[in-house]
Write a protein that binds this ligand. Structure first.
Ligand SMILES: Cc1cc2nc3c(=O)[nH]c(=O)nc-3n(C[C@H](O)[C@H](O)[C@H](O)COP(=O)(O)OP(=O)(O)OC[C@H]3O[C@@H](n4cnc5c(N)ncnc54)[C@H](O)[C@@H]3O)c2cc1C
Length: 418
């Protein structure tokens, strides 16, 4: 962790020690606040999965002081193949298409979390196994009840600001804004993501694979200096029932059912075998969070808790870091008017989130075509894209498309120009 001077500014509670929480705590500290972080888990998580990290997040991470602790893990020599179960392969596009027209790095979630954690000022208190169970606002502060799962004790504490950075199933959102069902939009897909121990059979680590079948797909995301990460993504009419089913039979068995009855083939077998031997995986339904407001009085939501754009957009971490960085700056620029700072913050970020949520819905077809018709559309689109990408002018033209350009914008510059 970085060493810094003690800054006895107003106390802010940051709920969650993920990318949003870490970045928010650094940003608030830079702005003269005294953040306290609470994290429900007993310790920091280590595992990761593939992540695109775009210019919008990079400029923010630089200001937060941890960009230089990360690097792009995907070089020009990397390749992703469109494959079938029998091992036949054709040149694919994979995530390299997201390099077009904008600066993007390919890395692991843990790369960002480790870099941000190392940059966290040493005087920021972190309380593990701790969650808020009640939040009561008054004009001059927020009284929060915090439960410690280790001791079973609860305490109440007053803060000048509370930031919910506690992910898609946010407790802060539920306690202050309303029940989850009001804000969650399910896309009708399930995912399972985890790290592979090694390159795919017969391949190098910087060779990725996509097996896209109607209603179900498998992606192995390649890296130059790390084993690939795996993503199973499949269609379901009822994500809640699907989650229950997976709980009953186990995620591993459920995936074998969903990706059967055909023989899995060498690559799917390798990934499913890996899953048999790890507890470090993420299994969830693909969801977006849509809210009219991200702040209420002195409580504000950042990252997935506020606007999860879903993994198909590739913009969750980028917007989390960008949003966290801008929050501290605008609070510092409006020291006597929190409402004004938070409103300006929302007004700046919302058009970006709207664009990226749209991107998430559209990109879904590329990740997992729902049916044979979509699978054909996907194949045709890939063919066109492959030809376009080979044209050097394409990058320059693409950089003017709003959804591409916005991924590289600097939110601070946008806020200042408004
Ligand atoms: C498979 C996959 C691939 C992705 N790919 C990309 C990509 O390419 N590019 C990209 O930008 N984004 C991507 N994302 C999205 C990205 O991972 C998230 O948007 C980002 O990590 C959000 O971080 P967060 O800190 O807001 O939430 P989280 O990572 O969910 O962190 C929330 C934290 O809060 C803690 N917490 C939860 N509840 C409580 C509570 N009640 N009290 C205290 N603590 C609590 C949790 O334990 C956790 O530590 C992907 C996501 C997935 C699942």
């Amino acid at each position: 962790m970085a060493t810094t001077n003690i800054t006895p500014g107003p106390k802010a509670l940051v709920v969650g020690l993920g990318i949003s929480g870490l970045s928010t705590a650094i940003s608030l500290h830079q702005a003269g606040w005294t953040p306290v972080i609470v994290e429900r888990a007993p310790q920091r998580r280590r595992g990761g999965y593939f992540m695109g990290f775009f210019g919008l997040g990079q400029s923010a991470a630089k200001r937060l002081g941890y960009l230089d602790a990360m690097h792009d893990r995907l070089g020009a020599g990397s390749v992703t193949y469109e494959m079938d179960r029998a091992g036949n392969r054709a040149q694919g596009i994979g995530f390299s298409a997201s390099h077009i027209g904008v600066s993007s790095w390919m890395l692991l979630r843990s790369d960002i979390e480790n870099a941000a954690f190392a940059a966290l000022p040493t005087d920021i208190e972190i309380r593990y196994s701790t969650s808020p169970t009640a939040i009561v606002q008054s004009p001059d502060g927020v009284v929060v009840t915090l439960a410690d799962a280790t001791t079973g004790q609860s305490i109440t504490e007053r803060f000048a600001l509370v930031v919910g950075a506690d992910g898609i199933h946010s407790s802060v959102r539920a306690l202050v804004f309303g029940p989850e069902e009001e804000f969650i939009h399910r896309l009708g897909y399930m995912i399972c993501a985890f790290e592979l121990p090694d390159a795919l059979p017969g391949m190098q680590t910087n060779e990725g694979a996509i097996i896209a079948e109607p209603g179900r797909s498998f992606w192995a995301f390649p890296f130059d200096d790390h084993a690939p990460t795996a993503l199973f993504s499949y269609r379901t009419d009822d994500p809640i029932a699907e989650r229950t089913k997976a709980r009953q039979v186990g995620v591993r068995n459920r995936l074998r059912e969903v990706y059967g009855p055909e023989p899995a083939g060498e690559i799917l077998d390798f990934a499913l075998d890996t899953l048999d031997h790890t507890d470090e995986f993420l299994y969830d339904s693909v969801e977006q969070v849509k809210m009219d407001r991200w702040h209420e009085g002195r409580v504000v939501l950042v990252g997935d808790s506020a606007w999860c754009p879903c993994l198909y957009s590739g913009m969750g971490a980028t917007t989390a870091v960008g949003g966290a960085d801008l929050l501290g700056t605008l609070l510092a620029e409006n020291p006597d008017d929190i409402e004004r700072a938070l409103q300006k913050w929302e007004d700046t970020i919302r058009p970006y989130v709207d664009t990226f949520q749209g991107l998430g819905v559209r990109n879904r077809l590329n990740f997992t075509p729902a049916d044979p018709k979509e699978a054909r559309t996907r194949r045709r689109t890939l063919g066109v894209l492959r030809r376009l990408i080979s044209n050097p002018l394409f990058g320059r033209i693409a950089s003017h498309v709003p959804a591409v350009r916005k991924r590289g914008d600097d939110l601070l510059e946008i806020a200042r120009a408004a």
